[in-house]
Write a new protein. Structure first.
Ligand SMILES: [Zn+2]
Length: 200
């Protein structure tokens, strides 16, 4: 595993073996931490870079799995949305799909609840995009229109319960960084994709 630059201050960490799972280093903030088996590789990829927090976009095992080990090794606090605190601290997802329910993780203490509008990392603002999990968050940076969207675009049901204000496509991002898959630098493509998703 290694850090692959996507902007001048954001790196993508592609997680094996499927290589569609991602963690990110945004400034000094590690966003997500893969499965438990990824923790050592992520620590190695981070090398001696300064990390000051681990933001968990949502409490699913493929995003929070490595957080306990990373917190213990680096001494960094774990932050997540208020609706996911119980899950992160208990080691199992709330109301998960049968597949997600299989993924447990080492429980880890949440040091800060991230709420809509909170500032984190290099210029990012927290968006409440609950749905895929009760406390899912995304990170939005207006200055270069970068969206770290967690699993928003992987979960179609997400759209049915989502207040319009928080719909990521209305942000018109220039760069979208997914929990799964490659970065997307074509906002027109994203718009077309989002418009095809079913809605209420
Ligand atoms: Zn995921």
């Amino acid at each position: 595993m290694r850090l692959t630059p996507v902007t001048d201050d954001i790196f993508r960490i592609v997680l094996p073996p499927l290589r569609h799972m991602n963690a990110y280093l945004a400034g000094e903030v590690l966003v997500d931490a893969g499965l438990g088996l990824h923790a050592r590789g992520i620590l190695k990829a981070l090398d001696r870079r300064t990390v000051t927090a681990n933001v968990v976009t949502h409490a699913h095992g493929d995003h929070v799995g490595g957080s306990k080990t990373i917190r213990d090794e680096l001494g960094v606090p774990v932050w997540c949305g208020p609706g996911d605190v119980d899950a992160v601290q208990s080691g199992k997802p709330a109301a998960a799909s049968p597949v997600q329910a299989l993924f447990r993780w080492k429980p880890v203490q949440v040091a800060r609840e991230l709420r809509e509008g909170d500032e984190v990392g290099p210029g990012f603002t927290v968006l409440d995009v609950a749905g895929h999990s009760p406390g899912q968050i995304a990170l939005w940076r207006e200055r270069d229109r970068t969206l770290i969207c967690a699993d928003v675009f992987l979960n179609v049901e997400f759209y049915t319960g989502l207040p319009g204000l928080h719909e990521p496509p209305r942000l018109e991002p220039q760069l979208v960084l997914f929990g799964h898959g490659k970065p997307l630098r074509d906002p027109a493509k994203l718009k077309v994709f989002a418009q095809k998703l079913p809605r209420d």
